[in-house]
Design a protein around this ligand. Structure first.
Ligand code: NAI
Ligand code: 15L
Length: 269
């Protein structure tokens, strides 16, 4: 596959989409933006829902690759998750297949494996082929997205890198995030690697910085050419002083998914 240049960024109005709109052009990408929420200052952005198959087909036409971030990013009723995340992701893959787009980077989530116990110090890191244990309907939709990606590779030859993102925000804001944080800079480095690595077929990777307190194995991400440069440890003293270390007896602290396991934040719309 030749190196992609024109990339459709779905979910471009969201938190991660906004960070990537700022960072990815430096890698030479020309971004086409898509979101149901209008984006101020971006008159060419496509404002449409993932349920609008015609709009999606037009949006993917002529792009070299897609970064698929759009969808409900927290817990919601099954009906809402079904419409935006499950049917919406299916609609996107169908549009890509119909228009001959060969590579998708899918924003999966750590919540696809949220009920996995977090490793204690000295335990092995969690591999990418650990059984999926979604912690929410949201996590279940990410698990579906990974299966959909595998199916579109096996059946139709559409390649995907499914990135099980930890927490991609400017700074980590909890002790859990010290383990799962992905700095925005490392996020852009990982998406760039996922867009350009040859022959990825369907590859699942964890999306985080190379944190001292890492819970999962970044080997597969690194095999795509990802070279993380950040580590959350610089924030550890402050966060541990504020909140204390994680308590293994507390179910919120004992699982990868953190508070999504016990009291997930609810999508507000
Ligand atoms: P966000 O909630 O800030 O952005 C999601 C965007 O998707 C919003 O702009 C929203 O308008 C759009 N959207 C929602 N439903 C849509 C629909 N039916 N049609 C078109 N657009 C729709 O979420 P964030 O944090 O930017 O995350 C982006 C993606 O990455 C999401 O898929 C999320 O599940 C995933 N992810 C993010 C993590 C993070 O740390 N930010 C961690 C793990 C996964
Ligand atoms: C996610 O999947 C969410 O989309 C994001 O908002 C964060 O909550 C993140 O996981 C996390 O686990 O911190």
């Amino acid at each position: 596959m030749p190196a992609p240049r024109t990339v459709l960024l779905t979910g471009a109005a969201g938190g991660l989409g906004t960070l990537m709109r700022g960072l990815l052009p430096a890698y030479g990408y020309e971004l086409r933006l898509f979101d149901v929420t209008p984006i101020e200052g971006e008159p060419d952005a496509i404002t449409a829902d993932l349920g609008d198959k015609e709009a999606l087909r037009e949006a993917v036409r002529g792009v070299d690759a897609i970064i698929h971030l759009a969808g409900i990013s927290l817990e919601a009723s099954f009906d809402k998750i079904l419409r935006s995340n499950i049917e919406g992701t299916y609609n996107l893959y169908e549009a890509a297949r119909e228009e001959g787009v060969g590579r998708i980077v899918f924003a999966s989530s750590n919540h696809a494996i949220g009920f996995t116990p977090r490793p204690a110090a000295g335990d092995a890191l969690i591999p990418v082929d650990t059984p999926r244990r979604p912690d929410t309907f949201y996590g279940l939709s990410k698990s579906f997205g990974e299966d959909l990606a595998q199916f579109y590779w096996d059946k139709h030859g559409v390649e995907t890198v499914s990135v099980r993102i930890g927490s991609c925000f400017t700074e980590p804001t909890s002790v859990r995030m010290l383990s799962v944080w992905m700095s925005p800079g490392d996020g852009a480095r990982l998406f760039h690697a996922a867009l350009t690595a040859p022959d990825v077929r369907h590859t699942v990777v964890y999306g985080s910085s190379d944190n001292t307190r890492l819970w999962w194995d970044l080997t597969t991400a690194k095999s795509l050419g990802y070279a993380p440069q950040d580590d959350s440890e610089q924030y550890a003293d402050k966060l541990v002083a504020e909140h204390g270390e994680l308590d293994p007896q507390n179910p919120e602290h004992a699982h990868i998914g953190g508070h999504f396991v016990t009291d997930p934040p609810i999508w507000p719309y």
